[in-house]
Design a binder for this molecule. Structure first.
Ligand code: G4P
Length: 287
């Protein structure tokens, strides 16, 4: 899904989430485990205010498990409950009711002490496009439901999806805008497919990614593409282009005359990265 975010859209998105917050007990903030910081909305604290929030590192199946653990520690140190999941196949998803209860323990205890029977906790999923909101809603619903979100001009009655006896989820997620302030975050978002290549050129995205992959995951790169003696780092753009050329040659991405088709090589690299064929990789570390 591509959304052009203009100031009016952002204001509307913020307002729509603020409206939904009145209905719920807990926010599930969905991040991409491969780029937890870059896939985070820059105004999330302001938008969700004091509402209890659980950070979900989604697509953990594609991310480097050591890095996912480091990110979970990082967010927990900052006071955020954090949990890694894979919405596609459902790993970690069944823990969401328990995690929500932990977060809302005091409220639940207050209800019990007043003699009230605790009702199911109500949750809202928020996150930037393509982070897996619809996938998680469908996973919790146990079926495919048409999720329209709140795109401008689209209105739809909101419904609750029951998950077990203890959790209810609003079926329209809160769609947030990604970071625009940091060009490096933009490249990371493009690398994972969160923003489309029409915005950033695919060759440039591939070269950006290669720098990270060679530094962090050199053996996996050498193995996948039959490359030998990759340098430990790519100091400049030309070094990255050389590696891309090598990959293109090895994989037969050629144009007439035997020259490398860089765009084809870049597409192949990004497809391999996004599908996990290169292995489980994370593109940024907590600082
Ligand atoms: P959104 O509602 O937040 O916009 O995201 P959506 O659920 O549509 O998910 C975007 C893509 O991410 C989908 O792939 C979906 O299958 C994939 N995805 C979601 N959660 C996970 C996960 O935990 N692990 C993995 N490996 N993939 C996940 P798609 O339909 O192929 O779309 P696209 O990648 O071609 O855009």
């Amino acid at each position: 899904m591509t959304i052009q975010w203009f100031p009016g859209h952002m204001t509307r998105a913020k307002r729509q989430i603020e409206e939904k917050l009145k209905l719920i007990d807990v926010v599930f903030e969905l991040l991409d485990a491969r780029i937890p910081q870059s896939s985070r909305n820059p105004m999330i604290d302001e938008i969700t205010g004091s509402k209890p929030r659980l950070i979900l590192l989604n697509k953990a199946d594609l991310a480097d498990p050591v890095q996912t653990e480091a990110w979970a520690r990082y967010f927990r140190d900052k006071g955020h409950a954090t949990h890694a999941i894979d919405a596609n196949i459902g790993t970690g998803v069944k823990d969401l009711a328990g995690k929500s209860k932990e977060l809302l323990q005091e409220k639940i205890q207050r209800q019990i002490s007043k003699g009230m029977k605790p009702r199911p906790l109500r949750a809202l999923i928020v996150g930037i496009p393509n982070v897996g909101k619809s996938t998680l809603i469908n996973r919790l619903a146990g079926r495919n439901i048409a999720i329209t979100g709140d795109r401008p001009g689209v209105t739809k009655g909101q419904q609750w999806i029951r998950f077990g006896g203890e959790l209810e989820l609003l079926d329209t997620p809160g769609i947030l805008w990604p970071r625009f302030d940091d060009p490096v975050a933009g490249f990371r978002l493009a690398a994972t497919g969160a923003i489309k290549e029409e915005i950033l050129h695919i060759d440039e995205v591939a070269c950006f990614v290669l720098k990270i992959l060679v530094e962090r995951y050199r053996p996996a790169m050498e193995e996948r593409y039959g490359l030998e003696d990759l340098p430990t780092e790519l100091p400049d753009m030309q070094a990255a282009i050389d590696v891309l050329e090598n990959i293109g040659r090895r994989r037969g991405c050629l144009v007439s005359g035997g020259n490398v088709d860089y765009e084809k090589a870049a597409t192949l690299l990004l497809r391999d990265l996004r599908s996990g064929k290169l292995g489980r990789m994370t593109l940024e570390s907590p600082e």
